[in-house]
Structure formats: C-alpha cells, structure tokens
Design a protein around this ligand. Sequence first.
Ligand code: HEC
Length: 236
Amino acid sequence: MNPLNDLHFSDELNPERDLLELSPDPLPSNASNNRSSLKPIPMWLIMLTMVLLFWSGLYLAYYSGGFKANIYNSELVSWSGAGARGGPVPVDLRVLGKKVFSQNCVVCHQETGLGIPGQYPPLVGSEWALSQGWHGDNHLVKNVLYGLQGPIIVKSIPYNNAMAPWNQLSDQQIAGVLTYVRSEWGNNGSPITPEFVAKIRASTPARTEAWTMQELQAIPRELCSQSAETTEAPKK
Ligand code: HEC
C-alpha cells in the first residue's frame, strides 16, 4: 500500500478534525465562551461586602475605645446608648473603687495602703477596714461617710488625727472604694454593697460631725452580708 494513502485514510477517520471542518465558524463561538466566564461581580456579593464593611466599622466604633491603651473605663457611656436600651450598665465595684481611692484617699493612706506612720493609719490588715473585733461594716461606712476624729487604735498603734467626711461621694462610689480597700494589698474582706451604704447613710440623715472611736464603739456591730440575708429572709 501507498503510505500516503494510509495517512489519508487515518485522516478521514479523525472525528475531531471532521467536526472542526464541518463547523461553519468555530472561532466566534470560542470567543463568546471566554466572555461568559468573565461576567461582572454579582450584585449580591457587592452588597454583602458593603454590609460587612459597615458592620466592621460599627464594631470598631463600639469596641475599639479609640485604640487607647488605658481604655477600660467603667463610667464610659457609649454613643450607642447601651445604658438607655439595655438597662443600667453593670459597674465593677473594684474598678470604680480603685479610681475613687486614687482620686480621694491615696494622699493620706498611700498607694500601698500602708498610710504614714504616726499620721495616717494603714488600711492593710486594719481591723477597721476589715470589720474585725468590735468593728462592723456599719462602723466602717459611718467613718468614711462622716469622717473620724480623735484618738483611735489601728493594729495596736494609737493615732490621734482627723479624717474629713466623704459624704459627697455616691453610695456606689463609697461601696466601690470600700470593696476595693477590703480586697487589695492582700486584704480579704467581703464586698460592701451600695444598698448597704444607702441604708447606713439614711440611718443618720442629720449627721455633720466626724465620729469618734467611743461613739462608734457604742453602736452595735452590723455586717453588710448579714443585712443582705435579713432583708431577703422574709421573702422565703
Ligand atoms: C487627709 C488625709 C486622709 C484622706 C484623704 C483619707 N483619710 Fe482615711 N483616715 C485619715 C486619718 C488621719 C485617719 C485616722 C483618724 C483619727 O486619728 O481619728 C483615717 C482613718 C481611716 C480609716 C479607719 C482606720 C484605718 O486605718 O483603717 C479608714 C477605713 C479610712 N480612713 C478610709 C479612708 C478612705 C476610704 C478614704 C478615701 C475615700 C480616706 N480614708 C481618705 C486620713 C485620711
């Protein structure tokens, strides 16, 4: 056989070649196929991206705190009006208390809570601060609300000085500072609630003078935790 004939023969049997030859205009159909795979970005994807961008912007506005390092602020009211919509924003008494302490008490009782020997008594391990012995939570709150004057004894050491009243502070601020004092520097006293401070404040509405140790000693000892129990007891 003639090899050329052979080639021709196999050529004729090639179906792909035949199809190409039969197709009137193969190129334009190919081009349109390519165009259909380059469709514009679908609208829903654009919308979704925009919604996500908007949401992430909002998220940063709510929670970034302006990217400040010292951002935790218990009193910050966000522009979202979280307080108005979701009821009062819960306050961490210790965080609030630390702030109240460094603004009002630190000059005398010091950052360390150790006070200044002979002048300002310590709060660390103080039976006054921790309501030990004859001292109750009521005495502690009274002392901070209206001040304390004259001879006192703290950790077996006598002092004879005067502390000004702090009744311009709110119930929450006093509860906070005392909760902080009782749980800082290794102190392990229980928290003081704003309700308890309010109750003690209401018990001597006309008081203006600072307390003395003798006066306080004459008042029966009361604890914040007990008063919470006794006010809840009738509900059972
Ligand atoms: C200007 C100084 C001064 C400041 C400010 C001050 N205190 Fe005092 N504090 C004293 C003095 C002085 C006494 C003792 C009074 C006495 O000798 O009768 C005292 C006594 C106390 C006591 C009872 C004794 C003890 O050491 O535990 C407590 C509790 C107390 N202060 C808490 C506070 C708190 C809380 C604040 C801030 C809200 C505060 N003080 C701010 C001077 C100060």
